[in-house]
Design a protein around this ligand. Structure first.
Ligand SMILES: Cc1ncc(COP(=O)(O)O)c(C=O)c1O
Length: 384
């Protein structure tokens, strides 16, 4: 069997490896508390589940649902962007549903990266940014997110020769893993930089509605002229507790969305219709529960922040997303620390290096675990 070089050169997806490591501990009877992945543990409100059921009970919703998303879903996406950000989108050309946004992130690379092309990706960052580039035969350039810059990309630090070679640039705020937010003047600088160097901005915004302490995250499409160079990716996974449902979206530049769609029509056959109908209900329905749900995450954040200093760790105060980004105790290696804690305390924390070289020395701690388990995790870690 000859496996493609593309696969041979691809490291295994980091969270798939972690799943195996945790399963090995569980097989030994350990009650593992995983603070690894950002998979919401709460369910969507009943009206979304009812919409799914109603649609699934119909006779005419089980065939292929079309390549472009239902008109109702595209309209709901445009309506959400108008209400939430004051951004106007043409539902036909500037809004495209995705089978979860991860699909769109990976396919974006195949639509825009030729062998030898360069992709700028913030680091630490969501692994698909750099893996997409690799899979498409391109290279990636790590744009460091540093604490002293509030985890914002320093565009002045990117050499012109690098910027001129790049076709795509990945930015993500509220940021996974650091929890940093992007001020508007930063987003304006990003758009100006992309225009200067003829780069498509891929703005990954799945945490825009997961914010703390009153912070309201923007869309980059609020920047004047951003649509000329930007595709924004968004998702129902985190906002609506629908991670397993696999519904995301690409919005913004019509030409780029068209290229992505051309690729996708040759790869997938759209989203199961009842999921689309339920997504319409989610986007058009009552949004007030989101603020209450965010308070649950905020309380969990504060529990983690309360036990970290006792473990000799400091952390960045996240503005949004689903994580606490903590510095490992001085002199310790983050991967060794995480493995030791899994084996000795039965608590899994993701080492920062899972998100790139600039994650060295950090741990990402997920908020997707109930308060009682978080307290127990803290106690177990402290004991070890
Ligand atoms: C920054 C970021 N982008 C994209 C995704 C993918 O989300 P989904 O494919 O569920 O829409 C995630 C999931 O954790 C994420 O953290």
């Amino acid at each position: 069997m000859k496996v493609a070089e593309r696969i041979k050169n691809l490291p295994p997806y980091v969270f798939a490896t972690v799943e195996k490591r945790i399963a090995a501990q569980q097989a030994k009877g350990v009650d593992v508390i995983s603070l690894g992945i950002g998979s919401p543990d709460l369910k969507p409100p009943q009206f979304i589940i009812d919409a799914l059921n109603q649609s699934a009970n119909r006779d005419d919703t089980h065939g292929y649902a079309g390549y472009y998303g239902t008109p109702a879903l595209r309209k709901a996406i445009a309506g959400y962007y108008e209400r939430r950000f004051g951004v106007t989108l043409d539902p036909n050309t500037e809004a495209r549903p995705l089978i979860g946004s991860k699909e769109g992130l990976a396919n974006m690379a195949f639509a825009f990266v030729d062998p030898g092309d360069l992709v700028l990706a913030s680091d630490p960052g969501y692994p698909t940014y750099r893996m997409g580039a690799l899979m498409a035969g391109g290279d990636h350039y790590a744009m460091p997110l540093l604490e002293e810059n509030d985890y914002l990309v320093d565009f002045n630090g990117i050499p012109d020769v690098v910027a001129d070679k790049a076709t795509l640039m990945w930015l993500n705020y509220p940021n996974n893993p650091t929890g940093a937010g992007a001020p508007m003047d930063f987003l304006e600088r990003a758009v100006a930089f992309a225009k200067k160097h003829d780069i498509v901005i891929c703005y990954d915004n799945p945490y825009c509605d997961l914010c703390f302490d009153g912070y309201v995250a923007p869309s980059i499409l609020q920047v004047k002229g951003a649509k000329d160079v930007t595709v924004e990716f968004n998702s129902l996974s985190k906002t609506y507790n629908m991670a397993g449902w696999r519904v995301g979206m690409a919005v913004g530049n019509a030409e780029a969305i068209d290229a992505l769609t051309t690729l996708k029509t040759n790869i997938d056959s759209g989203i199961f219709r009842p999921l689309q109908d339920a997504s319409v209900a989610a986007l058009n329905g009552d949004q007030s529960w989101i603020a209450e749900r965010n308070l649950i995450y905020q309380r969990r954040r504060d529990i983690i922040l309360s036990w970290l200093p006792k473990l000799g760790m400091s952390a960045y105060m996240p503005k949004g997303a689903l994580y606490v980004w903590a510095k490992v105790p001085a002199g310790q290696d983050c991967e060794q620390y995480a493995i030791a804690m899994l084996e000795k305390a039965g608590v899994w924390l993701t080492p920062g290096t899972a998100f790139g070289e600039y994650g060295k020395g950090f741990l990402r701690i997920s908020l997707c675990v109930p308060e009682a388990r978080l307290k127990e995790a803290g106690e177990r870690l402290l004991k070890v």
